[in-house]
Design a protein around this ligand. Structure first.
Ligand code: GLU
Length: 486
């Protein structure tokens, strides 16, 4: 079999959406799995809605997800340029071929004429496809219409009475009746090709072997098939991946929460968690495994295990996966990721030096198990940066226990002189000795300490709290807590 060549072909009219990211991912995985090439092409023929900013946003999101491409925009390659607006002469050439062979014809009907036709057809309960008015115009007719200032579009002559069958790797054979399609435009009057035409020319010229894309393009595919056939080009293999639905089973939209990759990135999701989650939207490894790293996905992905039924976007599953990756990443990485959120919360200055970063590592070691995504870090880490302004009723109760001043004094004595040297191990050993030395049960010692340091009796481990706060802060908080119950 020839080398696999797949592509992701976004229109730069908005940020990279979850659905687009999933299409990109499936193409990337397929290429990586089969040792093929992954190509990124920009479909910017919608001049009004496309922008370079959106293109950058999409490419940035792809890079962040780790979906590197072998050829394409920003990467270069044998089929440059990779932006459709820079390939207009290619479309013009092939449109010319189709005009010559009679597969397309010039159509001069105005928008108003077509709108009136559609309305009348619908009112009569008939299909509103193009009426074929310009199908048989002669060269002389065309010249006359052009001399009136009319600019033609190019329309594809859809054969009547034909049935087109798409062999889809995911969906099986899907048939469309040509009569329901109607002659469609391949080049607009301003010379810009439509999506259906440009996509075929590019997929052919770029040697695309597999078109893996969202189900919503299935209805475009018969038009593309007609163009492939008319140009005498071989068909790629098609695989249309099912829609992504929200938990309420309606099409995933803003109503269901964040829909763009950028939003998830901003909230502090890890790229490998999102990749893991997206891979399971419509594909399954055939095992019970839920946590699959990009490396494992690359080895296991296959189109045969892509499901025909819609995929349901479950935010709780995404949060669970992300929490898993947060807990299992090196704490240094998680600390670096936490910095901007802690700065935003006002807990860290703009410049974070190595010493402060060391503290953030200690804090993250303590709180990361509570996080689903990094933007939640502020609320969980607060107690490490801000003195408890308030002691809840349970805390006040334990702080009032008679032996508490003795416990605090014993800890202060042990910590004295340990400033700057108190690490997790040191804290553990100090904490372990206290109950025995005081002749008290563990709970009697640890609950008031936690209450004094955090304002609550449940929360981060003391052996995380002590080194992260440092000796000075610990002593201060113990003092303040005693004052609160006197
Ligand atoms: N530009 C199209 C889109 O963004 C690509 C569709 C395709 O993959 O053919 O939906």
């Amino acid at each position: 079999m020839s080398e696999v060549r797949v592509r992701f072909a976004p229109s730069p009219t908005g940020p990279l959406h979850i659905g687009g990211a999933r299409s990109a991912l499936f193409n990337w995985l397929y290429a990586r799995r089969s040792g093929g090439r992954f190509i990124v092409r920009i479909e910017d023929t919608d001049l009004e809605r496309s922008s370079r900013e959106w293109e950058e946003n999409i490419l940035d999101s792809l890079r962040w997800l780790g979906l590197d491409w072998d050829e394409g925009v920003a990467a270069g390659g044998p089929d440059e340029p990779y932006r459709q607006t820079e390939r207009l002469q290619l479309y013009r050439r092939h449109a010319g071929d189709l005009l010559e062979s009679g597969w397309v014809y010039r159509c001069y009907c105005s928008e108003e004429e077509l709108a009136a036709w559609r309305e009348a057809q619908l009112a009569a309960g008939r299909l509103p496809g193009y009426p074929g008015k310009c199908r048989e115009l002669s060269e002389t007719d065309c010249k006359r219409l052009e001399s009136e200032g009319r600019k033609p579009v190019l329309r594809f002559r859809v054969p009547e009475g034909k049935v087109i069958t798409i062999r889809d790797t995911v969906r099986g054979d899907v048939s469309f009746d040509c009569n329901g399609i109607g002659d469609f435009i391949i080049v607009k009057s301003d010379g810009i090709p439509t999506y259906n035409f440009a996509v075929v020319v590019d997929d052919h010229l770029m040697g695309i072997t597999h078109v893996i894309r969202a189900e919503e393009h299935l209805s475009n595919t018969p038009r593309q098939l007609l163009i492939f056939e008319a140009l005498g080009w071989p068909l790629p293999e098609f695989a249309h991946v099912s829609l992504i639905l929200g938990k309420d089973r309606s099409k995933m939209s803003k109503r269901h929460g964040a829909t763009s990759v950028q939003q998830y990135r901003d909230m502090g999701y890890l790229p490998e968690a999102l990749v893991n989650f997206l891979a399971l939207l419509g594909w399954s490894p055939g095992t019970e495994d839920e946590v699959l790293t990009p490396e494992q996905l690359k080895q296991q992905f296959s189109l045969a295990r892509v499901s025909k039924s819609p995929a349901v976007f479950d935010p709780e599953k995404l949060n669970w996966l992300n929490g898993y990756y947060i807990r299992h990443s090196p704490v240094e990485r998680i600390a670096a990721l936490a910095v901007p959120y802690l700065q935003k919360a006002g807990y860290l200055p703009e410049a974070v030096d190595e010493k402060l970063l060391g503290k953030v590592r200690l804090v993250m070691a303590a709180v990361r198990e509570y996080l689903e995504y990094m933007a939640q870090v502020g609320e969980h880490a607060r107690i490490f940066f801000v003195d408890p302004g308030h002691f809840d009723s349970e805390s006040l109760e334990v702080l009032a226990w008679e032996h508490v001043p003795a416990v605090f004094e014993a800890l202060n004595n042990k910590l004295a002189g340990m400033d700057g040297m108190l690490d997790e191990e040191g804290a553990k050993s100090v904490l372990k000795k206290l109950p025995k030395e005081l002749g008290l049960g563990g709970k009697k010692v640890y609950q008031p300490l936690r209450a004094a340091l955090t304002g609550r009796i449940r929360g981060p481990e003391l052996h995380h709290l002590l080194p992260a706060l440092g000796v000075h802060k610990v002593t201060q908080r113990l003092k303040k807590a005693l004052a609160a119950v006197q």
